[in-house]
Design a protein. Sequence first.
Length: 325
Amino acid sequence: MSTCSLFPTRRAALGLIGAALVSPRMVGAGGLDGMSGSAFGTTWHMAGPPRAKLEILRPKIDALFVQINAQMSPWRDDSALSRFNAMRAGQQATDPEMIHVTGAALTLAELSGGAFDPTVGPLVAQWGFGPITGGQTPDWRGVSVGDGFVGKDRDDLTLDLCGIAKGYALDRAVELAQAEGAGNLLFDLGGELRALGEHPSGRAWRVAVQHPRFDKAAPAAFRLSEGQATATSGLRTQSYNLEGRIYGHIIDPTEMSPADAGLLSVTVLADDAMTADGWATALFAAGPETGPDLARRNDLSALFLVQDGADSAQVLTGAMQGALL
């Protein structure tokens, strides 16, 4: 999960109004009206044209985020996800939203060859980054989604939807704003962004990918067109240095340990935030060599920031080159 701030401290909140570290942020926010809030242990921000009356959306957005947190947060013992994790094999969870997101997670696991694995929660906790306990051997194939249920074939299998659920929450918030009549806005949820319409000046929204290191300039900026979303996974936040190696919160399921530190960050551009969120996690977990190949096979628009000695190099795939400013 790119970090999922549905669960506190997985990835820092970045975007329009925070100190940006690795995730995209808005370029040139002047002349806009904005509205901010907090949810899932992070912040959110909505920017739109002057006099857009965004505040009327706040109660419904707050209620939506409260609902999603109650469904999919592993930090809450009473969430639908935590109840599923406590179940035995053969029992089933029936929460419809969790079923939907779990189905998307399992599809992504298959497409990524297991680079994305929603059952790695206990390993995330073992390396110091999460609350989920259970079996230490991930196996996404042991989780099944059927007509109205989620089940598992091992008692100790657990779900961790951190790599995809925040994107889902962002998509739901943008859909809500659109249904309420909002026409042109940029929504930032903990550093993941999705555009609705265009910038008030008539151009596409613009966002920047910031370098994982504080002392480095942003390596790229790109356009975010109508409906598009972007998410970044990286090492700058939620990581620690031990004997010269950086250990981050994103787990490589093959090695059952934090993903290769040779890859600094991955930014994905997609048609919805859940896709961008999930693939950013998968590509980062796949590493600096396998990740770009995986992106090309799946026709993904991505920017990889790869360690190159004391500096970094960029690898671009799909339509990301054409979106760059």
